[in-house]
Design a binder for this molecule. Structure first.
Ligand code: PGA
Length: 254
């Protein structure tokens, strides 16, 4: 199969300098599988990126939680892809549902952001996912396909993209998708890539799950064939993030 397990920690808008140092020291002391088995990326708020980058163990990498849609300039409050590249920040999370819903980022805007960030050499964790209403009305696949399509319209090389399937109803709610629910959407997304991009992209793109992932539920989810890792919010601020990283070992027995 050859898709390396990927675990992202999305710290969102949390932390003081002291708390950030504490999380980094917990991560640095954690015993985790080697980089052949798992790729780990943590995403602190912008202001802590240099601190985390400079103190984090070298086998873990950092991601920004957003960036501007094009070249920097007169865009007060924004951070450009060029700035992230300049600071050697390798990854960026784009299209998180909190930004889509709270800041009205449209599918097209997210597609433009992904394309621009990739063109500058950043690697992208692109997020898609349906709301509870959309799930209940049976439109989950239509919604995530439209979100993915808006990216595919602007991007042809998916090598530097990890797709995070994050059902909105599962984010921060403690209401995790069942392994079967996650597998169903991941496998349908992979079929979507097969039909709309190429068999190679479908076979190689990592599709990770996010939404109330914890130390307690990660192994069962990781055992599903199309779950290639996780994007973790709340639990990424806690020592159990190490257990979630270790769930990569489950793939060895699959
Ligand atoms: P959660 O958040 O793990 O706290 O549900 C996941 C995310 O929003 O990436």
């Amino acid at each position: 199969m050859g898709r390396k397990f990927f675990v992202g920690g999305n710290w969102k808008c949390n932390g003081t300098g002291e708390e950030v140092k504490k999380i980094v020291s917990t991560l640095n002391a954690g015993e985790v599988p080697s980089t052949d088995v798992v790729e780990v990326v943590v995403s602190p708020p912008f202001v802590f990126l240099p601190l985390v980058k400079n103190t984090l163990r070298p086998d873990f990498h950092v991601a920004a939680q957003n960036c501007w849609v094009k070249k920097g300039g007169a865009f007060t409050g924004e951070i450009s892809a060029e700035m992230l590249v300049n600071l050697d920040i390798p990854w960026v999370i784009l299209g998180h549902s909190e930004r889509r819903l709270l800041l009205n980022e449209s599918n097209e805007f997210v597609g433009d952001k992904v394309a621009y960030a990739l063109s500058k050499g950043l690697k992208v964790i692109a997020c898609v996912g349906e709301t509870l209403e959309q799930r209940e009305s049976g439109s989950t696949m239509e919604v995530v396909a439209a979100q993915t399509r808006a990216i595919a319209d602007k991007v042809s090389n998916w090598a530097n993209v990890v797709l995070a399937y994050e059902p909105v109803w599962a984010i921060g709610t403690g209401k995790v998708a069942t392994p079967a629910q996650a597998q169903e959407v991941h496998s349908e997304l992979r079929n979507w890539f097969q039909a709309n991009t190429s068999p190679e992209v479908a076979a190689t793109i990592r599709i990770i799950y996010g939404g109330s992932v914890s130390g307690a539920n990660c192994k069962e989810l990781a055992a599903k064939p199309d779950v290639d890792g996780f994007l973790v919010g709340g639990a990424s601020l806690k020592p159990e993030f190490i257990d979630i990283i270790k769930s990569a070992e489950v793939k060895k027995n699959c």
